[in-house]
Design a protein around this ligand. Sequence first.
Ligand code: G3P
Ligand code: MG
Length: 247
Amino acid sequence: MPKQKQVSLNLAHRGASGHAPENTLAAFRLARQMGADGFEFDVQVTKDGVPVVIHDEALVRTTGASGYVFDYTFEEIRRLDAGSWYGEQFRGEKIPSLEEVFAEFGDLVLNVELKNSYYAMPQLEEKTIGLIRKYKLEQQVIVSSFHHMSMQELHRLAPDLKTGLLYDCVLVDAVAYAKRLGASALHPFFGTVKPDLVAEAHAAGLMVNVWTVNDEMHMRLCAQAGVDAIITNYPDRLRTVLNSVLD
Ligand code: G3P
Ligand code: MG
């Protein structure tokens, strides 16, 4: 029997964040080395409107700096150290710009999560679309957010791009809802997903990309359920599980 093709893409969550500081070029390069198909990362805008890659709105956890991303200009935010909180060997890692990530990793699948649920991020949709066009990444990028109106707006501005709806509860009529918003994918918390949902989504032409799956048992269950992508802090562990699912 020929081997069936790999069921799920291996996407590293904030890069290989189980082994390197999240949302840094070091974590993204490690994800590639570990055989990930791509990675998920979080994007916000600086005070002067530059899209940058960082998860928390507050800077303290990953840089030690006070205040919020939107308090800093791009030049100011680039002076911060986003690596040493994780390990001394990562001292000097910077908060990347979205453009830098697109320039270096355009050969991978890139899941751009817009972190625009809590604070307004002016023109984040337009700026993201502009950079996707500049680097011709229309096929590789999927833009996701917990802010579903933002995804609806992105779809209105660029209907050819892929959007994903992030959520962490069990939705009523998730597939119909996603279709109404023009989304390409559901991005549920993995614990809410059953094989029936995956089948219904696929029948409607939607992908199902789950997060954040770090233990082998749930990686295997998600792959067997036929999800399109598994987002994990441990792409090395997931690679092994996906290989075993194919055996
Ligand atoms: O995009 C999946 C996942 O990253 C969503 O949650 O808080 O890790 O950004 P969070
Ligand atoms: Mg995220």
